[in-house]
Structure formats: structure tokens, C-alpha cells
Design a protein around this ligand. Structure first.
Ligand code: GLN
Length: 199
């Protein structure tokens, strides 16, 4: 099994370390050539979605990645990654992959004071730690979208076909159950150690 991690900006290293701990090979995706390689899954990390979207286009990564996601590649998207997947943004005219039928509100908890920690029910995993950093939340979810978690009544975790979208950052806490769930959903072969590209 090999998982691609979008590595143009943001908190991708933390996801790579977790993949490494699970013994899963990971491929850092930094350019158009990288995204044309075969992977069994994809992680879209947190960071700054406007910058990520701009870099994806400039580096010729946008269309091949969009096609792979639309074709069913399993994706775990956190925070800015969720914004990239969203069909619509409530407070921004930008649209990126638009493969996940949800409306997402950027910086939904306020820009400066919007960072907090909580523990809430997540799908059938029980309570999981949730760290929010200038996070978005999901204002509304379209047909077929499974709601996995809510905080203060707002949707912060969903699954739709091959895509898992989260407002928070599971990679910043010790709990590995969400990554485990994602990896479990990938039909991969044998795992091998993480191969890192030289920067
Ligand atoms: N506020 C960021 C954005 O709108 C997302 C924050 C994050 O990924 N931690 O892109």
C-alpha cells in the first residue's frame, strides 16, 4: 500500500510520520510528475487553502489530482484539505476540487481565537481528541454524505464515498484511530517503509 501526501504547504510531515508508524509507504506529492504516479490513497493536510489551491494549479497538480479523487481514490482531508474538497464555500467565492457535496465555512470559529481542543464522538470510534486551528466547519451536507462528528451542533467530520473530510487535525494528537480507519478503508497490498523524497 502506498499513500500520497500533498506536500506543497501545511502540516504534511505529521501525517507522514503516522503513515511511517503504521509501516505504510508514503509518497510526497510536490509536482505534476508526483501526482501522476500510482497511489492507493491520498492525504490532503491542513494549512492555508488559498495557498494550497494556488500552488496546485501552478505546479500542474490540480487536474490530475481532481480526476483521481473523482475516480474514487480514497482521501483523508483535514482542515484546509476539507476546504479543497468542498463543493461550495459559504464565505468565499473560491472552489477547488469540489468532489465532496458539502458547503464549508472557512475560519468558521473566528480567525484569531478560533483554535481550541475538545473530545467528541466520531462515527463508531467513540470519543476522539479534536484540535481545531482556524478551522472550517460544514454548514450543510448534501445527499449521501454521512455525518461522522459534530461539535457545538456544527458538522466537523463527514464521509462521502471515497472521501473523509475533517475540520480538525487528528495528526496533531496521539490518537491514531482515524488514520487507522482511513488506512483500513484502502484496499492495498503489502505495506513497506515510508520513502521520503529529498527536498
Ligand atoms: N484557515 C485555513 C484556511 O482557510 C485552514 C486552517 C487549517 O488548515 N488549520 O485555509
Amino acid at each position: 500500500m502506498r499513500v500520497g501526501v500533498l506536500a506543497v504547504q501545511g502540516a504534511f510531515i505529521e501525517h507522514e510520520k503516522i503513515l511511517q508508524d503504521f509501516g505504510v509507504e508514503c509518497l510526497e506529492l510536490r509536482n505534476g510528475k508526483d501526482v501522476r504516479q500510482d497511489v492507493d490513497g491520498l492525504i490532503l493536510p491542513g494549512g492555508e487553502s488559498t495557498t494550497q489551491g494556488k500552488l496546485l494549479r501552478e505546479l500542474d497538480m490540480f487536474e490530475p489530482l481532481r480526476e483521481k479523487i473523482a475516480a474514487g481514490l480514497p482521501v483523508l482531508a483535514t482542515c484546509a484539505g476539507l476546504i479543497l474538497l468542498a463543493g461550495q464555500l459559504a464565505n468565499d467565492s473560491a472552489r477547488y476540487f469540489a468532489t465532496l457535496p458539502v458547503t464549508v465555512k472557512r475560519n468558521a470559529y473566528g480567525r484569531q481565537l478560533g483554535s481550541f481542543y475538545t473530545e467528541e464522538q466520531f462515527g463508531d470510534l467513540g470519543e476522539v481528541p479534536m484540535t481545531f486551528i482556524r478551522a472550517p466547519y460544514i454548514e450543510s451536507a448534501g445527499e449521501g454524505v454521512e455525518i461522522l462528528a459534530k461539535v457545538h451542533g456544527d458538522i466537523v467530520g463527514v464521509r462521502y464515498r471515497n472521501q473523509i473530510g475533517l475540520s480538525f487535525h487528528p495528526e496533531l494528537d496521539e490518537d491514531r484511530r482515524i488514520h487507522q480507519m482511513f488506512l483500513g478503508s484502502i484496499n492495498g497490498g503489502k505495506s513497506s517503509p515510508c520513502k521520503k523524497k529529498a527536498v
